[in-house]
Write a protein that binds this ligand. Structure first.
Ligand code: FAD
Ligand code: NAP
Length: 362
């Protein structure tokens, strides 16, 4: 990978982060720096005026709840390199600061398969492993071969295999306490030159039902994904949001049996380990929140899982709305929703880990 020549990064003080997070929350970083190479990152963390507080990519999965004492690093480490190739596969190493959707387009334009269903997800390549991004039946872990991450405590560069990333549903080691000290610098992808379309999700399945999979191009699937997403999801440039605000709850079959008796039309999906995944957006809709506004903030009218901030409200308003939704869903369905984006600082993340409560009468 050809990283840019190293020169000391420019450190800024008291930097507003409003344009660096897609909810457009107004938080100020004590120190802020944009890093474009691994060498810059190493130099910087060796001589930083303040401890590292937060790494940002596109800011599309963070809720900044207050000003940030310490250093905020904006990751802009770029580069793409093919490191191995066979008749059927290609291994591509990509800098963590590359834009995710641009990478997807780069791949589908070359008819490389594996990440086409993950098109149009905002953010950077380096943040994609953090929550093992997923959409339309594909998760990042299916194509990730390894990644490099800088240990900010020891200064070492460490290589993680797919297995050591501890991927789960919208989860990885890097979301856990002992994983937060790592800054991901580059990611290696294993892509297929042969068609491997994943078309199990409703609208995709319908669109391709009469087409032989060998006649499908990765670019076509990508374009279909973009059309579906644009019709349903708010563009953060016009309507500030962080995508799904809650994870889809995964519950035990015996709890689900009770729910199904009460709500026979409840959407549900069997997971590989025999649990039941529910659609959080459906639960929020049924609890009466879809399309509702509360002051500057609200719930998107086409997907209730997305909280929006059209009036540029505060983090307090966003979290208060989230709290009300969690309480109503819990009251009606006995399901405790878990927040998906990173709440920063973590101490304010009072919504994050909540056990599934027993079912109450709806
Ligand atoms: P940021 O918001 O900048 O950071 C997110 C977290 O990762 C933070 O904790 C941050 O500290 C950490 N982080 C960022 N970069 C690094 C790094 N290099 N090393 C270590 N830690 C790092 N997500 C999905 O999974 N599927 C979707 O379909 C999807 N659709 C979305 C649609 C919309 C409209 C929006 C707004 C969001 C959507 N998201 C989706 C959420 C989000 O886009 C992804 O999680 C994305 O990967 C976040 O990238 P980012 O660069 O913006 O991360
Ligand atoms: P949707 O089609 O309205 O479906 C609602 C939920 O049902 C989805 O979240 C999805 O779970 C699940 N689902 C639907 N069909 C399924 C199937 N065949 N098998 C298993 N699960 C199924 O969802 P949507 O809101 O329009 O989103 C479409 C895709 O984009 C989803 O995969 C979603 O995760 C992803 N997305 C994610 C974000 C984010 O910020 N995380 C934002 C927008 C869209 P899964 O979520 O587990 O796939």
């Amino acid at each position: 990978m050809s990283f840019e020549a190293s020169h000391p990064p420019a450190l800024e003080r008291s930097k507003s982060l409003r344009r660096y997070n897609t909810l457009q929350l107004d938080a100020t970083a004590e120190y802020f720096v944009e890093v474009t190479s691994l060498q810059q990152l190493q130099q910087l963390l060796g001589a930083s005026p303040a401890p590292l507080a937060l790494v940002l990519g596109g800011g599309s999965n963070v809720v900044l709840t207050s000003d940030i004492p310490g250093l905020v690093v904006l990751n802009r480490i770029l580069g793409k390199q093919v490191v191995a190739e066979s008749d059927t596969h290609l291994e591509l190493v990509v800098g963590a600061g590359e834009n995710w959707d641009e990478l997807v387009r780069y791949c589908v334009e070359r008819d490389l398969w594996g990440i086409e269903n993950l098109g149009l997800i905002p953010g950077t390549v380096g943040a994609a492993p953090i929550q093992n991004i997923g959409a339309y039946g594909v998760e990042l872990e299916s194509v990730l071969l390894w990644l490099d991450a800088f240990n900010t405590e020891t200064g070492e560069l460490c290589r993680f295999s797919r297995a050591t990333c501890r991927f789960g549903y919208r989860h990885s080691l890097f979301k856990e306490a002992d994983g937060r000290k790592f800054i991901i610098t580059q990611v290696a992808f294993g892509l297929s030159k042969e068609p491997i379309p994943q078309l199990s999700y409703g609208e995709l399945a319908q669109k391709y039902e009469n087409i032989d999979s060998k006649d499908i191009k990765a670019l076509s699937v990508y374009q279909s994904i973009c059309d579906i997403r644009r019709a349903k999801l708010p563009d953060p440039l016009h309507t500030p949001n962080v995508g799904s605000f809650f994870k889809n709850p995964i519950i035990e079959p015996h709890l689900f049996a009770d729910l199904l008796r009460q709500y026979p039309s409840i959407p549900h999906y069997l997971t590989a380990d025999g649990a039941i995944k529910l659609a959080a957006g459906w639960l929020i809709d049924k609890a009466g929140w879809k399309g509702k506004r509360v002051g500057a903030v609200g719930v998107h009218d086409r997907q209730a899982l997305v909280l929006i901030n059209p009036g540029l409200g505060s983090a307090r308003e966003v979290l208060d709305l989230a709290q009300k939704i969690v309480a109503d869903v819990e009251r009606q369905f006995g399901i405790a929703l878990e927040v998906e984006p990173t709440i920063y600082p973590p101490a304010r993340d009072s919504l994050r880990v909540v056990p599934i409560a027993p079912l109450t009468e709806g």
